[in-house]
Design a protein around this ligand. Structure first.
Ligand SMILES: C[S@@+](CC[C@H](N)C(=O)[O-])C[C@H]1O[C@@H](n2cnc3c(N)ncnc32)[C@H](O)[C@@H]1O
Length: 269
């Protein structure tokens, strides 16, 4: 079951042409909110599993020195394209290919003031080991931003099966897409109409949240495998033992999706 792996980068290539000034501004606002600062000058920002590269770009535009890496070559290509278009030949933004599970690769990266791993570590196949590796790259007083899928017990196990099926065969993939995409769209439209909103409003609102695309994220949700989940308290305990304390938490209130955490490594005295 562990051999199946979603081609994240191919999906990110669909988002790339849609990355405009509006989405970039939204990603910047998301980072400013999470990190509680308007500018990131003097900040070393490590983007673990950079995907499209949108958040590396946002961090760089806010003034950070950025290292982006991803395991998937197509994701690396997406991030490199954004760098080439927006910051050509910039020595303060480097893009690498590597795995957060590769201890020697991770050790080759210095510690960073912000380690940003949004929606990544639950897709590695070894989530706790990946969290441990990411944690080791956080400087004293630095921040760790994580988004990890919420543990919904039996529902999470059912979703794991759907995602595994998606990646097992092209026919199964087409079946999953054909079954779920119309369902998600219809469900969203009904909820919106009942709430007396326009059925298309959620597309605009979703974009406003992190600058992402609802359709690209639906495919990411259906295909994203390996897939692991965690309860918020497990994550907090795991990181407390490693010298990081929670600063911010946004849960999905027991629903599916990602709980978002900001941790701070206690400064050594
Ligand atoms: C859902 S995407 C999230 C992308 C980005 N962080 C964001 O917030 O939009 C997950 C990314 O994690 C990457 N990934 C999966 N396993 C990885 C690993 N072992 N090391 C580094 N990146 C990995 C995938 O290739 C993919 O680009």
């Amino acid at each position: 079951m562990n051999e199946a792996r979603f081609a994240f980068g191919k999906n990110w290539k669909r988002l790339l042409p849609q990355i405009d000034g509006d989405r970039i501004a939204t990603a910047e606002a998301s980072l400013r909110g999470l990190l509680e600062r308007d500018r990131l000058e003097g900040i070393r920002f490590l983007d673990v599993g950079s995907g499209s590269g949108l958040f590396s770009l946002a961090a760089r535009r806010l003034g950070a020195t950025v290292t982006s890496f991803d395991y998937d070559r197509d994701s690396v290509e997406c991030t490199s394209t954004l760098r080439r278009v927006h910051f050509p030949d910039d020595p303060t933004w480097r893009v690498l290919q590597g795995s957060v599970l590769d201890a020697s690769f991770m050790e080759s990266l210095e510690v960073h003031d912000v380690v940003y791993a949004w929606g990544v570590l639950h897709h590695t196949g070894a989530m706790w080991e990946a969290i441990d590796q990411a944690t080791q790259r956080v400087s004293s007083g630095g921040r760790l931003v994580l988004a990890l899928y919420n543990d919904q017990g039996a529902w999470s196990r059912r979703w794991a099966w759907v995602k595994w099926a998606f990646n097992s065969h092209p026919v199964a993939q087409a079946g999953v897409l054909a079954a779920f995409l119309p369902y998600f769209a219809a469900q969203g439209a009904v909820v919106d109409v009942l709430a007396r909103k326009s059925p298309f409003r959620r597309y605009r609102e979703y974009r406003r949240e992190r600058g992402m695309s609802l359709l690209v994220d639906w495919v990411d949700w259906l295909g994203g495998y390996p897939f692991e989940v965690a309860k918020p308290e497990e994550v907090v305990d795991f990181l407390l033992k490693r010298g990081l304390r929670l600063r911010r938490l946004r849960t999905v209130s027991g629903e599916e999706g990602c709980n978002e955490f900001v941790f701070e490594r206690l400064a050594q005295t």
